[in-house]
Design a protein around this ligand. Structure first.
Ligand code: OGA
Ligand code: MN
Length: 220
């Protein structure tokens, strides 16, 4: 499957939205294009290079500090457990990773221009690295609308996790959309999936360490 570039019809073949057909009532609320997963978005080389920059010894001071940090078990609002996070401006990444990240932003932007109103101009916040320990998990939440705009998108590295989407105001036994996020995939949440559904990344006994690189746009 094609992982490069933002054009080209082969990208269409990498679009999947697992779980969407079983979303029941949620299928009337969100469109598939609001919660897409592009499997194999990154090549193995791109994946390994991004993961390596985050976890290898050979990194700059900021990343060295990040690597040494212990996993935080309790976030102030307890949305995330067993995690470390770091904002890393694209200019700080090595040249080939910066290129991969810019390509990812361009791809997300094309998706938004096609599916979201008023997205011609977009200003990106620095990519946000989340390192989730094997027992780490992210509870259902909607990303703050005070700090970022129309999209929440993420690259998944190292191991597969499942993201669940459910109505934000009814977080218990309601229909859920299940998005499988294998390593090398890119997910994009926009429109109602960004604002009206809560997302979570749960953990199960076989979960392993997972890295994600999250892309959000600045409020204009
Ligand atoms: C978050 C979040 C999801 C992920 O940091 O707000 O929902 O894929 N992260 O790590
Ligand atoms: Mn989130």
């Amino acid at each position: 499957m094609l992982r490069r570039g933002i054009g080209g019809c082969r990208l269409l073949s990498s679009k999947v939205f697992p779980g969407f057909s079983s979303a029941g009532a949620l299928a009337d609320i969100v469109k598939p294009s609001d919660c897409m997963v592009f499997e194999d978005f990154l090549t193995k080389g791109e994946h390994d290079s991004l993961a390596n920059e985050i976890v290898s010894d050979d990194c700059d001071l900021r990343l060295q500090r990040f690597r040494r940090k212990k996993y935080e078990m309790d976030h102030w609002d307890s949305v995330i457990k067993g995690y470390k996070e770091l904002e890393r401006h694209i200019e700080f990444w090595n040249e080939s990773n910066a290129k991969t990240l810019r390509k990812t932003q361009a791809f997300i932007h094309e998706h938004l221009k096609a599916h979201v109103d008023d997205c011609v101009n977009l200003d990106w916040l620095p990519p946000h690295i989340i390192d989730l320990a094997s027992d780490g998990a992210i509870s259902p939440h909607v990303d703050s609308i005070k700090f970022s705009g129309k999209v929440v998108a993420g690259l998944s590295l190292l191991s597969e996790r499942t993201m669940w989407l459910r109505l934000a105001d009814q977080q218990t036994d309601t229909p859920k959309i299940c998005l499988k996020l294998p390593p090398r995939s890119l997910y994009i949440l926009c429109n109602k999936a960004r604002y009206e559904l809560a997302h979570s990344v749960e953990c199960n006994p076989s979960s392993e360490r997972r890295l994600s690189i999250i892309f959000r746009d600045r409020l204009l």
